[in-house]
Every structure is written in C-alpha cells, then in structure tokens.
Design a protein around this ligand. Sequence first.
Ligand code: PLP
Length: 404
Amino acid sequence: MPYLFSETSFVNSDVIYMDNHATTPIAPEVLTAMMPYLTTHFGNAASTHPFGIAAKDAVEKARAQVATLLGCSPGEIIFTSGATESDNLAIRGVATAQAEKNHIITSTAEHHAVLDTCHALAAEGFETTYLPVDTYGMIDLDDVAAAITPKTALISLMYANNEVGTINPIAEIADIAQKHGVVFHSDAVQGIGKLPSNMETLGVDLASLTAHKMYGPKGVGALYVRAGGYERHPRIQLQPLFYGGGQEMGVRPGTLNVAGIVGLGAACELYQDREKRNQDREISPTGVLRDRLHEELRTRLTDIHLNGHPEKRLPGNLNLCFEGVQSHALLAGLKQVAVSTGSACDSESVKPSHVLTAMGVPHELAVTAVRFGLGRYNTAEEVDVVVEEVVATVNRLRELSRGM
Ligand code: PLP
C-alpha cells in the first residue's frame, strides 16, 4: 500500500531545524507504523505464541523493506541498535575473525564510531592505516590500492561524510578491494536514504545504516553483510560483539527492538515511495533548497568558503566557513535556526573538527565552520528566514570584532 504522504512533520518550534545530519525528525508515517508495536503488539519476537508471532512477522516485514531499499536479500540484514554498533560489529567482527591477518585500512575523515573502533583494535595489536583525504574530503583510489598488504583484513571507508557531505567513490573502492580479496565495509549512514543505496551497485561487502538519519526512530539500525555473508561467504567471517539468546543468527543476540525495527523498515519504504514520486526531477528538492541557501549567503556575504566537494556532496549539506567569525559565537547569535559546528570547545581553546583538519583547512578558518543540514521538511520560506538571520548575525559579529 503506498503511503499517504504528509509534508508536515512533528517539528513544532519557533526554531527552524537545519541539523538533519545529526538526526532527522521522525516521519508521521513511520510513527503510525510503529505505534501498534509499542502498544497492543508488544510480544517478544522470539516467543512462539500469537503475540510473539505477530512481532516476528513485523520484524521480517521490516527486514524485507530494508532489503528492498538495499537491493539485497533479507538474510543479508542484521538489526542492531544503530550505526555505532553496526560499525563496531563490522570492523571488530571482521578483523578479529581473521586470525592470520592484522591490518585495517580506514581514513582520517571517518566518523568516531569507525575511528575509535580502529584505535581500540590498534591498542590490541592491530596495524591501522589512516588514508588521507584531499581538500574536498575525498579518498584517492591510488592510496587505497597502495595501502593494501597481504595482512589486510578489512577496508572501512565511509559513503558520504557527515560533516562536509563529500561522497566517496565507493564502487571504485569496492573494485580495488575485490581485486585484492579484501573485505570492504562502508559506514553508509549519511548516504543510505539520500543517495543510490543498492548494495550490488556499490559493491560493498558490509554497510552500516541507522534509522534516525532517515526519518526513523533513534536506537535502531542495521548491518548489511553480503550474500549470506558470515555464514556462507568464504571471505566474510563475523565475530559477534556480545553473546546471549542467539537472535539475528547469533551474530547480534538480544531481544529485538520490534517497534524500532518496524520504524526502520517503514522509513526505508517511505523513502523509496518518495523517490518514485520525485524521479522526474534532476535535482532533489532538498538540493534545490540547499543551493538557494548557498547562493543567497554567497551573494550577500563576503569571505565565506564552502567545505566539501562542490558537486559530489550530499544534497542537504552546506558546510561553510565564515571568515573572522568563530562558529560558537555565530551559533550563540542565531536564535531562529538550529545548525551545528564540528568544533569542540573547552575552557582553554577551540578544537576544530578532525574532518576539516584532515582536509587541510587552516585552524583559524576551521573554527569558523558551520554545518547546515537541510532535510525533507525544510521549506523555501525557512531558507529565506535563515539567510536573513545568518547575514545579520555574521555582519554584526564582524563589526564587533573590528571594534565598530
Ligand atoms: N556514522 C556516521 C557517518 C554518522 O553520521 C553517525 C551519526 O552521527 C554514526 C555513524 C553513528 O550513528 P548512530 O547514532 O546510529 O550510532
């Protein structure tokens, strides 16, 4: 049954939400699908009575919905608590399952869920190679090929960057990995549900996704494991992170989050239905709004710089440096819009985002970066309000710093 689309969300605030890379509001259609599993259909999917069977049926329907979006078979989907767990399971699970190999390749611009898992494995004796990225935040294919050794157990490189939106050449990386017989995992969190999401086309062996970046609930995600993966594929062995009741074929035990899983499945189906509706448009509606925001800011402000690739970038991403205006001061001054900065403040200093640093953005510029993350529910009117406020606030802060 096709969804009745609602273009309104539950967002009900005077503040305009433009932080959709951090999380997205739940779609009303997704909540509707979940509600019975939070109320009347509360069974444990492992139980064999009618309550359990209803829950299990819902989980399997959701598995099929996720698989349809990814163009894979339902047996290739393992439900998890979100992408942090999926990343940990993929990287640690693959690395520790190959006793004869001890080398992992990743990049300096990955999410901390990947970076910190690699750091932890390094502390346990694994060798890790952190590939550099170019000034756009993109991986160089020659670097991938050059880093592979006979000891390489896994390559883990993200589909699209969560800060600057840059899209990596995943299919080409997959070709290299395959040629060398190395397992390839991609943290595909920001790409799935926004970019082409067919696993066969992308060629990855494992991919992490999470519901809350695609208008689903928080605390639920999945790991795609290629073609029977850890069970039948001779290349992919996966060591579980923890042990228990044997759910998810023993790879991810624990009572299933039925309502969350139903929400993830519904979010996948909803995205596909919307894509079909938008298929005649060359640029996504979110991309149009993002470009309008960029164009207006570029026209009305001097000394702003785009971070990330000008074209190979997520449609909703706009990461800008506003020269001379510290991002924390700008965020504090913006009362009508919720955006984010990748930098972290402590009492002594501002630490710029590791992604911008990896891209070679100088410190004094990196601490002025602000990420606008546009999403499904943003409107042109909102963009216009945001432009006015950003322009006024940047101008005011620049005047203040010049002592005017
Ligand atoms: N990977 C990327 C690229 C992300 O953007 C995020 C969320 O910020 C994660 C992993 C972690 O996802 P989750 O919040 O589902 O654990």
